[in-house]
Structure formats: C-alpha cells, structure tokens
Design a protein around this ligand. Structure first.
Ligand SMILES: *Cc1c(COP(=O)(O)O)cnc(C)c1O
Length: 378
C-alpha cells in the first residue's frame, strides 16, 4: 500500500510467465493491436498514435518532451510536487526554457496563475502539468488546464501515471495533446512500461520538427515504424514481450471491470480508509475536494516515529506504506490504494495494523475504533 509499484494480480503474473515468442511473430503483432485498442479504452481516446513505450513512466515523460520541445521553445511547467520538477529538467535538457508556475505541496494547480503565465508568455509552445501528483496525493483540473493550453495555441503534456485506472482520464474529452502513464500504479501491472498517446496537433508538431529528436530510442517517428498500424512492422527494438503479455492482461482486467466501476471502487475504499484514519484521530493533508482516492496523505500523529512505524508495519504485517516527500518528509505518510491493492481487505489490514503499531509506540491516537468506522462507511 505504498505509492507504487502496487500489488500485481495473480492473473497478470501468470501472463508474465507465458512462453516468450518473437517480437515480430504474427501472434505477437496481433497482441500489439489488442494492447493499442485496450489503451484507447483506458485513456478514452481515438488517437492513432497510442502505444506502450518499452520503459518506465519516466521514459514516457521523456518521450513527450523530446518529441515536442525543441531548442529555444518556451514551456510553462506547473509544479505542486516532485514530478513537476522532473518536467522542468526535461524541458531544459531539450534546450527549452521552463517558465515555472508553482503551488504549495498539497495544493492543486492554480488555474489563475497558469492564465497569468500565458499572458506573460503568449508564445509559450507547451503547457506541462501532472494530473495526479503522487508525491502529495493531489488531483488537479486537467480539463481546465488542457482548455487553457488550446486557447493559447499551446500543446498540453499531461502526466497521468497515477491517474489511469484510478480516476477519470479522458484524453479526447479534455482535448489533451500528449499524455503519458505507467503500468505500476493503478493498472497494477509490473513496472517498466509507459503507455503514451499523442493527439492530432501533437502528431503534426512532431512531423513538422526542424531538428531531429535528440533521443533515438524515444523518437516517435521511428517507434511508429514498429507500433504503427498500417505499414509492415519493422524492427526498432526488441519489445519486452513478457511485460507486454502482462500489460495486455492488466488492461483486459480493467476493461472487464469497466472504467466507471474501477473509479468507484477506488472512491469507496478511499472513503472507508479516511473514515478509519479520522476515527483514530489522524488528519488528512489534502482538502477533500482535491484528494486522490488512490493515494492518501495522512499527517503523522503526535508521538509517532515515522521510520519506526513504517519499519514495524513492514516487519510485523508485511505492509508497506510510503514516506512523505520534500516539504512533507517526516510529516506525512502516503497510503496507496492502487489497482489490485485497492480492496476492503487491505483497508481493514492497514487500519488495524496502524492502530496496533501506533498504540504500541505510545502515539496519541484513539485506539480500537478505526476498523468499525471504516466498516460503517461501507
Ligand atoms: C511513478 C510516477 C512517475 C514515474 O514513473 P516510473 O515508472 O517510476 O518511471 C511519473 N509521474 C508520476 C506522477 C508518478 O507517480
């Protein structure tokens, strides 16, 4: 129950262990087509250029930046946690200038500040932001931000690594231009793959580039030769065949459950977890309106030793929860309810284990009431 990788279901692990076939085998090519169509479902898009990059979420991030940012470009980057900082790094390594719009950690991106940034930098080429900030448990308004980018003739780059499968990601409804995600958060697949999707405006920008993309591996024009639909597939790199079996299975599971049902499941267990934590006397870091159901930031109670509590949860209950990051280090825990790990069983385990460990260490909590409060929430 940390901030990822989340628990991988036995079905996905079984798929991972199937015999490895060639990456140009007709059977595998058929599987690639199915993965693309399942990604269209998960991302809610018809974008033709939708495919899994053969590397983790960070590579999906980099794929978006290296393909869309050229030397001299101005990029407005929103930062309200760890991952906005990495976007800045990417812009600068592409030779662009990052204009930072900063919000406090634990707060969503302030739309008015982004508007003001566009007024100050009307020729900005890209707006980049994180939809679900895993470092703080905050959700920002992706639809409004994508609209703002479109209104200002800029492309949007959206990080949905933690969102997909946990909350609504609606690429076509938002009008998002370039979106990347990851397999190891709410998709509950093994880490190491990054689904990406580029809309028509982003594809046009890639086709009209004047400089070659500085990364050979992440150059979408080359990757398309392998993943593209119509032409004969050409060798670009050897796809991680078994990891693709696993991704296929996890996307199939999401489709079988249904997107809305998956979002509802995350919300239901989140509500129960919060009811239990609050009954225990703990408080949440993020305002209710902006909380991510899949990543719960809770303030440490008085008298709790951050590292000792997490170590006891791990050794006594095999339960992992995440430490706070940056401004929240040592002050908050990050409790994940992602994908396959988002279950009543885990909510009850987490609350009873926390109650036990905190009580044993003499922290100030209301002992013995959390599980009942969670069950009442169900
Ligand atoms: C986890 C995460 C990433 C990076 O994904 P990796 O698979 O660790 O490379 C990027 N952005 C967000 C918001 C994340 O939560």
């Amino acid at each position: 129950m940390g901030p990822g990788p989340s628990d991988v279901s036995p079905r996905v692990l079984e798929a991972l262990g199937r015999p490895t076939i060639g990456h140009l085998d007709p059977e595998f090519v058929g599987l690639m087509d199915e993965i693309k169509s399942l990604l269209h479902y998960a991302f809610q898009t018809n974008n033709e250029l939708t495919l899994p990059v053969s590397a983790p979420g960070s590579a999906g991030m980099e794929a978006c930046f290296v393909n869309l940012v050229s030397p001299g470009d101005t990029v407005i980057v929103c930062q309200n946690g760890v991952f906005g900082g990495r976007m800045k790094e990417n812009v600068e390594r592409c030779g662009g200038t990052a204009v930072m719009v900063e919000d406090e950690w634990g707060q969503p991106i302030d739309i008015a500040k982004v508007k003001a940034a566009f007024e100050q930098y009307p020729t900005a080429k890209v707006l980049a932001f994180v939809h679900a900030e895993t470092s703080t448990g905050v959700q920002s308004d992706a639809k409004a931000l994508c609209q703002l980018a479109t209104d200002n003739h800029a492309l949007s780059i959206v990080d949905t690594v933690t969102s997909v499968g946990g909350i609504n990601v609606d690429i076509d409804g938002w009008g998002a231009d370039a979106v990347y995600s990851g397999t190891q958060k709410c998709l509950s697949c093994v880490p190491g793959i990054s689904p990406v999707s580029f809309g028509p405006r982003a594809v046009a920008a890639i086709q009209n580039r004047e400089h070659k993309v500085q990364s050979w591996f992440l150059d979408m024009q080359l990757v398309m030769g392998y993943w593209g639909g119509n032409t004969k597939r050409a060798y670009h790199h050897t796809a991680p065949v078994n990891a693709m079996y696993a991704l296929h299975e996890s996307l199939l599971m999401l489709k079988e459950e249904g997107l809305e049902n998956a979002w509802q499941r995350h919300q239901t267990h989140h509500d129960a977890l919060v009811a239990g934590l609050e009954a225990m006397g703990l408080s949440m870091v993020v305002d209710k309106a902006h909380r991510l159901p899949q990543l719960n930031l809770v303030n440490l109670p008085e008298g709790a030793d951050d590292a000792a509590v997490r170590a006891a949860l791990l050794s006594e209950y095999s339960l992992e929860i995440g430490a706070g990051l940056g401004a929240l280090a040592g002050k908050a825990w990050r409790i994940g309810l992602m994908g396959h790990a988002c279950s009543k069983k885990n909510v009850v385990l987490c609350l009873s284990a926390l109650d036990n460990v905190l009580s044993a260490q003499g922290a100030k909590i209301n002992s013995g009431v959390a599980v009942a409060a969670a069950l009442a929430s169900y």
